[in-house]
Write a protein that binds this ligand. Sequence first.
Ligand code: NDP
Length: 292
Amino acid sequence: MATIIDGKAFSANLRGEIARKVALLKQDHSLTPGLAVVLVGEDPASQVYVRSKGKQTAEAGMISFEHKLDADTSQQDLLALIDQLNSDPDVHGILVQLPLPDHIDEEAVINSISVDKDVDGFHLSNVGKLSIGADGIVPCTPLGSLMMLKDHLGDLSGMKAIVVGRSNIVGKPMAALLLKESCTVTIAHSRTRDLPGECREADIVVAAVGRPEMVKGDWIKPGATVIDVGINRIENEDGSTRLVGDVEFDSAAEVAGAITPVPGGVGPMTIACLLYNTLQQACRLNGLEVPE
Ligand code: NDP
């Protein structure tokens, strides 16, 4: 039976470390990291995310600036707000909650965020830095996945990794991070031939597909480490719902060496890494080292 990689405990520990460092920054440099979250419209899932980001930001001792705009806010007004946040010295991270309403050009908005405050790591400059292996801001979900992998496996160098999914927010940055760790990386997607066979070759399987329980236990090499990024809500027979990942947990856990559960695996790491990125940038923008 596989070791369960406990993302809930790992993220609680990381958030505790961040809170400790924030307290040192306040004490020694009178600096309080600030994270601005911008929400346009009333998408219920986005509202839940924003609330939980605000709560965890405050718990880490940082300042949370929330900007809630009407769904019909013009792109011009949104860009004006970002401009203002870009030049606000109390704001060290800016996150625009996606998706944005259809009349707003998402790419234009993301690329208007200052590269040094882009704590989601979606700005083209940060994407480019990651792709050339340079230091930049790394997207939160892949960063959290990598932290758990390194914590469990140590040096990843030379390992065979497969990332199933090639989205810009998870699959591609995850593959770039694994390559930077000197893994031999395969990126699989909907046109991949013999996906089970490709997965069976891998020491590390990262599933970011958005298809409930697609990756089966007999796709996993015995002893491999499985990171399940998927979050899918499915219906039970009695009409209630539950969350499952992109990996069929029970069958995979019989074969894998270690596996992240859903919920309680990668999910809690995303906000923890958002706080991590905000702390890093607060220090960088003020010419300080991150406290030890
Ligand atoms: P996308 O829908 O943007 O991308 C899905 C990827 O999976 C695509 O590259 C697609 O291939 C590939 N794919 C789809 N079907 C198959 C298939 N049958 N075989 C092989 N590959 C396939 O999803 P995201 O990357 O945004 O998210 C992936 C999952 O991760 C979702 O469940 C999402 O909810 C979850 N997620 C969790 C987060 C967290 O933990 N905090 C954060 C972000 C996402 P192609 O490109 O060829 O279409």
